[in-house]
Write a protein that binds this ligand. Sequence first.
Ligand SMILES: C[S@@+](CC[C@H](N)C(=O)[O-])C[C@H]1O[C@@H](n2cnc3c(N)ncnc32)[C@H](O)[C@@H]1O
Length: 238
Amino acid sequence: MVEVKGSVLPTRQRRSPASRPPLHARGMTGTTSTQQFWEDFYRERPVWSGRPNVLLVREVEALPPGTALDLGCAEGADAVWLAGRGWRVTGVDASAIALHRAAAHAAEAGVEVDWQCHDLSRTFPDGTFDLVCAQYLHTPVEAPGERAAILRRAAAAVAAGGLLLVVGHAGWPSSVNEPPFDYRFPTTGDVLAALELDPAEWRVELEDLVEREFVDRDGRPDTRPDNVLRVRRAAATS
Ligand SMILES: C[S@@+](CC[C@H](N)C(=O)[O-])C[C@H]1O[C@@H](n2cnc3c(N)ncnc32)[C@H](O)[C@@H]1O
């Protein structure tokens, strides 16, 4: 599910590395199957494109910087991009290998990010954030209900007046005739149902389905359906 980053085609709506900085592994009691899967994945190959996800850029570039939590940050392209725009970023992933690479990329870019290693189904970063985002936080090894529980924790970590942004795949790339494994891609409706948001406290700002262009590992152009959900927590009343 990791691929070369691309651009977005409108559909429904338009509108230094060698050193290893310390990573925090708060509260982890051992390697989980999710961590093992993603460690093996990143050990086999780096996936760094150096470019942030186009849908994150589309949704965030006009926002004033604040604090941000990037869930499933992988090798850090989104977190580094946010930090470069003045956000104070915490980047979280289950893979320590990916996070070590992310820390090196941040050092190269001259930005600071708080990298934290968590299996988010077990432990979660402390604090609240103006932006909590998850770009393609999919995993083939999750237990039933695990993603929903992580997304509810994500919503709980949004500060008053802040945003939760969930960008996900809505299907396989158009070039894929036989899916490599069974996976039911969640719709924005599925994500909203999982979040169980209190309508008195949350406003749905955007539900979008886009056909995103990208270039595969062999340099071939392709497209893939993605969905975007943006919800805002009400500002605090004094
Ligand atoms: C499909 S990749 C997407 C990476 C990145 N956000 C991007 O857009 O390129 C999913 C990432 O989420 C991480 N991940 C999946 N499940 C996780 C979990 N339970 N806790 C922490 N990280 C997780 C994986 O390690 C992987 O880096």
